[in-house]
Design a binder for this molecule. Structure first.
Ligand code: GLU
Length: 494
């Protein structure tokens, strides 16, 4: 078999939607699993949808996620340019469109906007009809009016400089079939397909045309797409056949939905790589999660590095039914990745989040390390460490703990007992504080909780804290720990 070649072909129209990222990842894995090539091509022929900066963003995401491409705009291996707007300049798409005109598989259309508006047969929504592109939904099935122009009429119109588009000529009878690796053989009635535009009036190809030409010229063997493209695929099939080119293997992936089983929309707040990054998720965890969003390894195992995914990823195990974006699962997974990070990398990543909350001269690295195994995303850090910056207002009811066997009175007694010793203590390291407190507990003959609960409550003002009294006091230091214990005594005496 020839070497597998896949491509990621995004349109620079904004943030990197998770569906696009999943496509990129699967394209990468399909190729790498078989030692093939992964290409990166920018599909920017729809100039109206172009968003400034979106291309840079795609590069950034590919880099961050480790989806290294073998060929791309900045890695030309002789199949370039890899940016469609640059390919347009060579007249490439026009040349191929004209070849189809010659074969009777396409035709010039000179219809005015007004005439097209007057056509009233709606066609099924196409893949390009997303929420940002509502106008496309207005497209009507074209009535082949210009197919019937004579050769002379066409030439005269072209000579007169009349604006034109080139349309695919789809038979009105019969059927078209293609086979998808995931969804099997799909057959549609040709009468349900419209004569889609191949070349637009601005001379640019449509995405629908350019992707076929480019995939062929770039030797693409496998095409991974979201299943919203299934309805357009028969038209691509007809183009491949019209040219006499071999079709790639199509691998359509299931829709990604939110937990309410609706299409994951931009409004969900976590529909793009950037959203997730902002919410404190690690690129590695996002990649791992994306891999399982529509594919399973066939085992219970869920944690896979990109390298491991390359080994195990078999596209025959992509699911057909919609994949639910389970935020809790992503959070859990991210927590596992955080725990597994080496401390240096973790601290580097966590410090900016710590600095957002802590302005006092405390040991920020220690604070970061204290929460390492206790967070699921980096954004959880703030809420876990805020008490270091400032003792929160709290209710003395917190000293009452059934399991710890503490009451307000017993807590007050413990804190008052401890205060002189804490004032005299100079070693506020974890070991120092531990030795002091455990000594007191042993002397008093009380349970650990009876001694430690009041102290931890006093120095944190919180019911739940990362680390116990020793860790917290080491970070706060002597002065602040004492201030908090005194404050607790004052509150409990009221
Ligand atoms: N440019 C298309 C997109 O961004 C690519 C679809 C495809 O993979 O063919 O959705």
């Amino acid at each position: 078999m020839d070497k597998i070649r896949t491509r990621y072909a995004p349109s620079p129209t904004g943030k990197m939607h998770v569906g696009n990222l999943r496509t990129a990842l699967y394209e990468f894995l399909v190729a790498k699993h078989e030692g093939g090539d992964f290409l990166f091509r920018i599909e920017d022929t729809d100039q109206g949808r172009f968003v400034e900066g979106a291309t840079d963003l795609i590069y950034r995401v590919l880099k961050k996620t480790g989806l290294e491409y073998d060929e791309g705009p900045d890695k030309d291996k002789g199949n370039g340019p890899y940016v469609q707007s640059e390919r347009v300049k060579s007249g490439l798409y026009m040349k191929y469109a004209k070849m189809l005109v010659e074969k009777g598989e396409a035709y010039y259309c000179f219809c005015t906007k007004e005439r097209l508006e007057s056509l009233r047969t709606p066609v099924n929504a196409t893949a390009e009809d997303d929420e940002d592109n509502k106008d496309v939904k207005e497209v009507r099935k074209y009535d082949k009016h210009c197919l019937h122009l004579s050769k002379e009429e066409v030439e005269a119109n072209l000579k007169a400089g009349m604006p034109f588009v080139i349309r695919q000529n789809i038979p009105t009878e019969g059927t078209t079939s293609f086979t998808d690796a995931n969804y099997g053989t799909i057959t549609v009635n040709n009468e349900d397909l419209d004569d889609m535009i191949l070349i637009k009036s601005d001379g640019f190809p449509t995405y629908n045309f350019a992707n076929v030409v480019d995939d062929h010229l770039m030797g693409i063997t496998h095409v991974v797409r979201g299943n919203e493209y299934l309805s357009s695929t028969p038209k691509y099939t007809r183009l491949y056949h019209a040219f006499g080119w071999e079709e790639p293997v199509y691998i359509h992936c299931p829709l990604i939905t939110n937990e309410e089983h609706q299409k994951l929309s931009k409004r969900s707040g976590h529909s793009s790589f950037e959203d997730l990054e902002e919410q404190g998720f690690l690129p590695e965890a996002i990649v791992n999660f994306m891999a399982l969003l529509g594919w399973s390894s066939g085992t219970d195992r869920e944690i896979f590095s990109l390298k491991e995914l390359i080994e195990v990823f078999d596209y025959h195990h992509i699911n057909k039914s919609p994949s639910v974006f389970d935020m809790n699962k992503l959070r859990w997974m991210n927590g596992e990745y955080i725990k597994a990070m080496d401390d240096k990398a973790y601290i580097e990543h966590a410090l900016p989040y710590v600095k957002k909350v802590i302005t006092k001269p405390l040991d920020l690295e220690k604070i970061a390390m204290l929460v390492k195994t206790r967070i699921e995303t980096f954004c959880d850090i703030a809420e876990k460490i805020d008490f270091f910056e400032e003792l929160p207002e709290y209710d003395t009811e917190m000293y009452v703990h059934k399991k710890m066997k503490t009451t307000k009175e017993s807590s007050l007694e413990v804190l008052k007992d401890l205060l002189p010793g804490l004032e005299a203590l100079n070693d506020y390291s974890i070991a120092g504080v531990e030795a002091f407190l455990m000594n007191y507990i042993a002397e008093k003959g009380i349970k650990n909780g009876q001694g430690l609960w009041p102290v931890r409550t006093a120095v944190s003002g919180k019911q739940m804290t990362p680390g116990g009294a020793y860790e917290i006091m080491e970070i706060l230091g002597k002065e602040e720990s004492l201030r908090r214990v005194r404050k607790a005594i004052e509150m409990l005496e009221k």
